[in-house]
Design a protein around this ligand. Structure first.
Ligand code: KG4
Ligand code: ZN
Length: 343
């Protein structure tokens, strides 16, 4: 890991979407990681931006307070505040960024801005007080799969990354969530599909995979093929979904996961890397983990996933980027504003 003789305490804040989270890190070790999930969106089948910002306003003070308390670190022992600057929802990001700016000014410590997608990648380098987690070696390929993004990134050193491919339409998590919605499952649908697939046959049904050359991804054709397939079968049997829910979930999951692996395997061959990582919310998927592990074993490649608690949005992953940037003196000025789309 990164060597420093000092102990750096960082408070990290994440509010880019619908989870308000705060964490305290001592170097790369997570002392606390508090996440307040916003249940308010479930009834709408997706995140409602205005409600998300309001919930962040309510949550931010108690969540930060609890993170400091659980870490047994006082505000005055902090060396810097790291905060997600983007990409994400503007109103949600503003809550975290404004709070972090004010606190860093009142404590007179540096503010560090963090890209949410970088944070997913560097979540691989977190440790717990009683657990050192195996880490990939440079150079490695990172497949970033979340609700809003799907990217293949070549990681050559700490904070040194190069995007080699990304989605041209929906993200992988979005594909899970939209398919789940068609099946009548609650939002977010990814974890429901994961669970229901466990008793299903992944080869029961075939859905089309897009034929896009290179490392870019597309999920919209797959979505349409699932939609038409369900519509045609429901015409004949209105209980088609209920009767086949396990096979449907397993087949949809297989289509998405095998497509992600095809692109990753292609990049592994071209870039000649021996270490691969999958990060972001979708990396929590149990089928994805076993499918990638099996491929890795057969191809003499090592595959890494973040600890389960660091896969979906959390502030600990923001804190590790804060730590890495702090060591390089990469602090932000007080004029920074959030950005909503990854540049
Ligand atoms: O990284 P994340 O928490 O938030 C964003 O940055 O978007 O990712 C959330 C996404 C959602 O689309 C959710 O359905 C998906 O991750 N997800 C899963 C699983 N757990 C979360 N997808 C498939 N299987 C899972 N077990
Ligand atoms: Zn995320």
């Amino acid at each position: 890991m990164i060597h420093t003789n000092k102990n750096i305490n960082i408070l990290a804040i994440e509010s880019s979407c619908d989870d308000t989270s705060a964490a305290v890190l001592k170097n790369n070790v997570v002392l606390s990681n508090i996440i307040a999930n916003q249940r308010v969106h479930e009834q709408y089948g997706g995140v409602v931006p205005e409600l998300a910002s309001r919930a962040h306003q309510l949550n931010i003070v108690p969540v930060v307070h609890m993170a400091l308390q659980n870490a047994k670190i006082s505000k005055t022992d902090l060396h810097a505040i790291a905060v997600t600057r983007g990409p994400g929802l503007l109103g949600s990001l503003l809550v975290g960024v404004t709070f972090a700016k004010s606190l860093s000014q009142s404590l007179q410590i540096p503010l560090i801005d963090v890209n949410h997608l970088d944070a997913h990648i560097w979540s691989l380098f977190l440790d717990l007080p009683d657990m050192i987690i195996p880490k990939p070696q440079f150079p490695f390929l990172a497949l970033v799969v979340s609700g809003g993004h799907t990217k293949l990134v070549l990681v050559t050193d700490f904070l040194e990354t190069q995007t080699i491919g990304e989605t041209i339409d929906d993200a992988a998590g979005e594909a899970f969530d939209k398919a789940a919605k068609m099946l009548g499952l609650p939002y977010p649908g990814g974890p429901h599909i994961d669970k229901l697939s466990q008793n299903g046959n992944p080869k029961a049904y075939q859905f089309s995979k897009p034929q896009i050359a290179g490392y870019n991804f597309s999920f919209s054709g797959m979505k349409t093929s699932i939609l038409y397939f369900l519509r045609d079968n429901l015409k004949v049997n209105e209980s088609f979904i209920q009767q086949n829910i396990h096979d449907l979930c397993a087949s949809i999951q297989h289509t998405i996961v095998s497509y992600l692996l095809e692109k990753t395997a292609l990049a592994v061959r071209e870039y000649q890397v021996k270490h691969v990582a999958v990060v972001g919310g979708v990396s929590a998927n149990s089928y994805l983990k076993s499918y990638f592990k099996q491929w890795a074993d057969e191809n003499n490649v090592l595959v890494y996933f973040p600890e389960f608690q660091f896969t979906t949005d959390n502030a600990a992953m923001v804190g590790i980027v804060g730590f890495l940037k702090y060591l390089k003196g990469l602090t932000a000025n007080e004029q920074i504003v959030p950005f909503t789309i990854d540049a």
